[in-house]
Design a protein around this ligand. Structure first.
Ligand code: NAD
Length: 428
C-alpha cells in the first residue's frame, strides 16, 4: 500500500523504513527540513541499529520525504501521525503538535478524492483520537468519519532495538471505530509473525499507557526494594533473581539502580496521572512510581557526599549520558539531574558517553566531554556510572588513572571493578 508518515523522529523514521521493508511505498512528512534532506539522502536522522541499512536500501525508491502535506496525502492511502506528545509544565500531555498535524492532514484531505485512513501512532491519552483528532480532521477536511477512516495504532518499540522490535513485535494493537479502517491498518503488518489485537481507539490508547506504566512500576518497585536492601546489607539482585523465577512475576525489569528515563516512561506515567486526575481519580500508585524514580539520582549524589564530604572543586567523572545504552537519546536521562546536582554542589564534571556527548553538550556546555572512559576518569576523585553501556562492564585498569578510586555504580554493571577500587552500588 501507499503510506505517509507524519513526523520523522524515532517512531516515524523507524516505522517508515520498516513499512518500506515490508513492501509498502512510504512518503515521510516533517517540518524539519534537515531531517527531510537526510532521509532523502539515505541517512538516518537518529541512531538506531539496522536503520542505516534500511534507509540506504529504500531511500529514493520505496521511501522519500517532503515538507508538503498535500503531496504526501495525494500519494498515499493511509497516514500515520507520529509526532511528539511532550509533557506540559504540569506533567500533563501536550497534544499541540498532534493538533497541528491533524489540521494539516485535514486541509490536505479536503482536496483528495477516494478513501484515506488517518492513524494515530503517537502516544496519546484515552479519548484523544476520538475527541480531538477526529473533530479536527472533520472540520479541516469538510468530510465526515466514514468518508475517511480513523484508527489508533500505538507503538511499543524500544529505542536502541527499534528496528528489531518493529519487525519482531510481541503485539500489534489496532483500535478503530469501523471495521474497514481497522482492516486496512491491520493489513499493513501482513508478513510479520504477530497476532493483531483489534479494539476501539480509546482502548488502544489505554493499552499503550498501561504497558509503559506497568514497566515503570516494576522498576520503581525494584528500586524501593533495593533501597531497603541496601540499608539491611542484603544483595537486592540476589533477592530479585529468586523472586523473578515466579512465573507470575517474571525476571525482567527488576533491576534496581538510578531509575528510568527516556522520552516515554516518565512522560507517559505523568500523562496517565494527569488523565486520571481529570476524571476525578487520584492515582496513588502511579504518583509513587514517579516519586521513587525522581529520588534515585539524588541517592547517587548522597552516596558520593557520604564518601567525599563537600564536592566543592572536586573532579567527578560521569560515565554514561544517554538515558539507556545503544542510543544517543538523553531525554529524561538520569544523568541530567545528577550532573545538575554535582554542579550545584560546586563539583567539576568530566563526562563520557559512547554516543550522547554531543546531545548533552546542548544542555550542559560548561562541563568536560571526553572521547573515552579512561580520558574522563583521569584525575577524577570519584566516578558515577549512569548508563548500562556494554563497554562499561569490563572497565578495570581504566580506573588506575583516577586521583581517588571511588566508583559509584548506578546500573549494577561493573563485572570486576578491581581490588584497589572502592566500589559502591546504589542499591546493593
Ligand atoms: P520525536 O520528537 O523524535 O519526533 C517527532 C517528529 O515530528 C520530529 O521530527 C518533528 O520535527 C516532527 N514534527 C513536529 N511537528 C510536526 C508537524 N506539525 N508536522 C510534521 N512533523 C512534525 O518523537 P518520537 O520519539 O518519535 O515520538 C513520537 C511519538 O511516539 C510520541 O507520542 C511518543 O510518545 C511515541 N513513542 C515514542 C517511542 C520512542 O521510543 N521514542 C516509542 C513508542 C512511542
Amino acid at each position: 500500500m501507499k503510506i505517509s508518515v507524519i513526523g520523522t523522529g524515532y517512531v516515524g523514521t523507524v516505522s517508515a523504513a520498516c513499512f518500506a521493508e515490508l513492501g509498502h511505498e512510504v512518503i515521510c512528512v516533517d517540518v524539519d527540513r534537515s531531517k527531510i534532506d537526510m532521509i532523502n539522502s539515505g541517512i538516518p536522522p537518529i541512531h538506531e541499529e539496522g536503520l542505516p541499512e534500511l534507509l540506504k536500501k529504500h531511500a529514493g525508491k520505496k521511501l522519500s520525504a517532503t515538507s508538503d502535506y498535500g503531496l504526501a496525502i495525494m500519494n498515499s492511502e493511509v497516514s500515520f501521525i507520529c509526532v511528539g506528545t511532550p509533557s506540559d509544565s504540569e506533567g500533563n500531555i501536550d497534544v499541540g503538535i498532534v493538533k497541528a498535524a491533524s489540521s494539516s492532514l485535514g486541509d490536505s484531505l479536503r482536496k483528495k478524492k477516494g478513501y484515506h485512513v488517518i492513524v494515530v501512532k503517537s502516544t496519546v491519552v484515552p479519548e484523544t483520537t476520538e475527541k480531538i483528532v477526529l473533530p479536527i480532521i472533520e472540520k479541516h477536511s469538510g468530510k465526515h468519519q466514514g468518508e475517511f477512516g480513523i484508527a489508533m495504532n500505538p507503538e511499543f518499540l524500544r529505542e536502541g532495538r527499534a528496528v528489531h522490535d518493529f519487525m519482531h513485535p510481541d503485539k500489534i494493537v489496532v483500535g478503530s471505530l469501523d471495521k474497514k479502517s481497522g482492516d486496512i491498518v491491520a493489513s499493513l503488518y501482513n508478513g510479520l509473525k504477530c497476532e493483531v489485537t483489534r479494539t476501539n481507539p480509546r482502548t488502544a490508547e489505554m493499552i499503550k499507557y498501561v504497558n509503559n506504566a506497568f514497566l515503570a512500576t516494576k522498576i520503581s518497585f525494584a528500586n524501593e526494594v533495593g533501597n531497603i536492601c541496601k540499608e539491611l546489607g542484603i544483595d537486592t539482585y540476589e533477592v530479585m533473581s529468586a523472586v523473578g523465577k515466579d512465573f507470575r512475576i517474571g525476571p525482567h525489569f527488576l533491576n534496581s539502580g538510578a531509575g528510568f528515563g527516556g522520552s516515554c516512561f516518565p512522560k507517559d506515567v505523568k500523562a496517565l496521572i494527569g488523565k486520571a486526575k481529570e476524571i476525578g481519580y487520584e492515582p496513588q500508585l502511579l504518583k509513587s512510581v514517579i516519586a521513587i524514580n525522581e529520588g534515585q539520582p539524588a541517592r547517587m549524589v548522597l552516596l558520593l557526599k557520604n564518601k567525599l564530604g563537600s564536592l566543592e572543586g572536586k573532579n567527578i567523572a560521569v560515565l554514561g549520558l544517554a538515558f539507556k545504552n545503544d542510543t544517543d537519546d538523553i531525554r529524561e536521562s538520569r544523568s541530567i539531574p545528577v550532573i545538575k546536582e554535582l554542579l550545584d554542589e560546586g563539583a567539576r564534571v568530566s563526562a563520557y558517553d559512547p554516543m550522547a556527548n554531543e546531545n548533552m553538550k546542548k544542555l550542559y556546555s560548561g562541563i568536560g566531554y571526553y572521547s573515552s572512559a579512561a580520558d574522563a576518569l583521569r584525575g577524577a576523585e570519584a566516578c558515577l556510572i549512569m548508563t548500562e553501556w556494554d563497554e562499561f562492564r569490563s572497565l578495570n585498569k581504566e580506573f588506575d588513572v583516577m586521583e581517588n578510586r571511588l566508583v559509584i555504580d548506578g546500573r549494577h554493571i561493573l563485572v570486576k571493578p578491581g581490588k584497589d577500587i572502592e566500589y559502591v552500588g546504589l542499591c546493593w
